[in-house]
Design a protein around this ligand. Structure first.
Ligand code: SIN
Length: 323
């Protein structure tokens, strides 16, 4: 009789299960695009639908279409990018109209909204609650609109906004947060979130209002806001990891955390998983590499997990060791 034991041990990447869920919505992979680059037009969103991204995430929309800030507004840097896009988008009604077509691509759809007032956000959340969207991410953290502070840094206004936005329907709603740098801020925000039926949080948006100077030209490198812009990529990974970790220790398990910030390979994705992320979003690397990044990073993550003997996302999630 032949030996039923397989000749090859089952610790290869193909046996690693990267499925996960956010707000009760099943994702067939741990990675998808962030609301940021290359997710504004229907063509870009359709291309995402044909890629290995786990979900199709839209650019943060506003009530009216926007051209965004003046150029140059995005500059690559050795370890990431500096950007002040200013929410260029087609206006929320264009995204509402394209949802039935995007739905045919058979991936969960996450709409991102970024209104300039509670009333704007109320209008958009109400509309998307009645739509084909699977998840709604409300962006409280765009640093790039002149005269509009990031709502996530104003705890009282965040509380007031959530009172309104969390009673508009049953679709899972989440918040995209700015980076926090102090434990008192992690706890203050977690205490607010716990009072509402928030299904997920996304940590972090770019580190806002940073300044990069070109010594040769003696100039700022982007035009908006006198050169102040959101820092992205490798530079911000330790900040993203810290925010995911802090919130994962402060929030109940039923609030999922999506990690963003400097994810460009399987090791970065694995680190966010250890910190407590249920999924991650890719922004700067997607901008630089295009949709191929999703399958590459997923394969790298599966290979790393297989080498360590892990087979599921749940086995690793939040298992960071401290010294
Ligand atoms: C932008 O469009 O300015 C970036 C979006 C964001 O930071 O939320």
């Amino acid at each position: 009789m032949s030996d039923p034991t397989p000749a090859c041990p089952r610790n290869t990447a193909e046996f690693v299960d990267l499925t996960t869920h956010i707000g009760g919505i099943a994702l067939d992979n741990y990675l998808f695009n962030a609301s940021g680059p290359l997710c504004t037009s229907e063509a870009e969103l359709t291309q995402l639908g044909h890629s290995a991204t786990a979900a199709i995430m839209t650019k943060s929309c506003t009530i009216l279409p926007r051209e965004g800030n003046a150029e140059p507004r995005y500059q690559n840097l050795p370890l990431g990018a500096l950007q002040s896009m200013g929410l260029p988008n087609l206006g929320y009604q264009a995204y509402l109209a394209m949802l039935p077509r995007l739905k045919l691509l058979n991936k969960p759809i996450v709409v991102s909204i970024s209104g300039f007032s509670v009333t704007d956000n109320q209008t958009m959340v109400s509309a998307f609650q009645q739509s084909d969207a699977d998840l709604i991410e409300v962006n409280f953290s765009c640093p790039n609109i002149e005269g509009k502070p990031q709502l996530g840094y104003d705890f009282e206004q965040t509380d007031q906004a959530l009172k309104v936005l969390c009673q508009l329907g049953d679709k899972p709603i989440g918040l995209k947060l700015p980076p926090y740098f102090d434990f008192s801020h992690f706890s203050a925000m977690a205490d607010i979130i716990k009072q509402y039926p928030i299904s997920f949080i996304t940590c972090i948006n770019s580190v806002g209002n940073t300044l990069v100077i070109d010594a040769e030209t003696e100039s700022a490198i982007i035009k908006p806001k006198g050169g102040f812009g959101g820092l992205c990529g490798d530079y911000i990974k330790p900040i993203g990891l810290a925010n995911v970790r802090a919130f994962s220790t402060l929030l109940p398990e039923n609030i999922d955390i999506i990690g963003v910030g400097g994810i460009k390979n399987g090791t970065d994705a694995f680190e966010y998983l250890l910190a407590g992320a249920s999924a991650v979003q890719v922004a700067t690397c997607y901008e630089k590499e295009g949709v191929e990044c999703f399958s590459r990073i997923s394969n790298e993550l599966a290979t790393l997990m297989a080498r360590k003997g892990y087979k599921t996302i749940a086995e690793v999630k939040g298992q960071l060791k401290t010294l």
